[in-house]
Design a binder for this molecule. Structure first.
Ligand SMILES: Cc1cc2nc3c(=O)[nH]c(=O)nc-3n(C[C@H](O)[C@H](O)[C@H](O)COP(=O)(O)OP(=O)(O)OC[C@H]3O[C@@H](n4cnc5c(N)ncnc54)[C@H](O)[C@@H]3O)c2cc1C
Length: 112
C-alpha cells in the first residue's frame, strides 16, 4: 500500500488535489469505524476521550457534548447535511487536513 498513501498538506494546489481525486482507488480500503475504542465518547471523566470514529451526528446530539463542549456540538450540527453528519467522523475530518474543517477548529476552540 506504500505507493498509494498520501499525506495531505495545507498548501495543496488545485492540480494536486485533482490528481488525488482522479487517481484510481487503492486495492484495499480498510473501514475502521467499528473499532470500539475509536467510537468511545467519554467527556465526563477525569480524562475526556473523543474517539476518532465518532460521527458529527453523535457530537451534535450527545447531551454531554452540548453541556461540556457547546462550541463543538454547534459546529458539528453545521457540517454538511444530516446524511453527511451521519457518516462523517471527527477523525476523518481531521485527517482530511482541510483548513476549513469545522470539527478541528471547534475542538481547538473548546480548549482541546
Ligand atoms: C457533501 C459534503 C459536505 C461537507 N460539508 C462539510 C462541512 O460543512 N464542514 C466540514 O468540516 N466538512 C465537511 N465535509 C467534509 C466531511 O465532513 C469530512 O470529510 C468528514 O468528516 C470525513 O469523515 P469520514 O469519516 O467520512 O472520513 P473519510 O472521508 O472516510 O476519510 C477522510 C480521510 O481521513 C482518513 N481517516 C478517516 N478516519 C481516520 C482515522 N480514524 N484515523 C486516521 N485517518 C482517518 C481517511 O483515510 C481519508 O484519508 C463535507 C463533505 C461532504 C461530502
Amino acid at each position: 500500500m506504500g505507493e498509494e498513501r498520501a499525506l495531505i498538506r495545507y498548501d495543496w494546489t488545485l492540480e494536486e488535489i485533482e490528481a488525488i481525486y482522479t487517481s484510481p482507488l487503492p486495492e484495499l480500503i480498510l473501514d475502521v469505524t467499528r473499532v470500539p475504542e475509536l467510537n468511545r465518547l467519554d467527556l465526563d471523566g477525569e480524562r475526556p476521550f473523543l474517539g476518532a470514529a465518532v460521527t458529527f451526528r453523535r457530537l451534535e446530539t450527545d447531551p454531554a457534548v452540548a453541556r461540556l463542549y457547546p462550541l463543538l456540538a454547534r459546529a458539528a450540527s453545521m457540517v454538511g447535511s444530516v446524511q453527511v453528519r451521519q457518516t462523517g467522523t471527527i477523525g476523518g475530518n481531521a485527517a482530511n487536513s482541510s483548513p476549513a474543517a469545522d470539527g478541528v477548529s471547534a475542538k481547538s476552540g473548546d480548549g482541546d
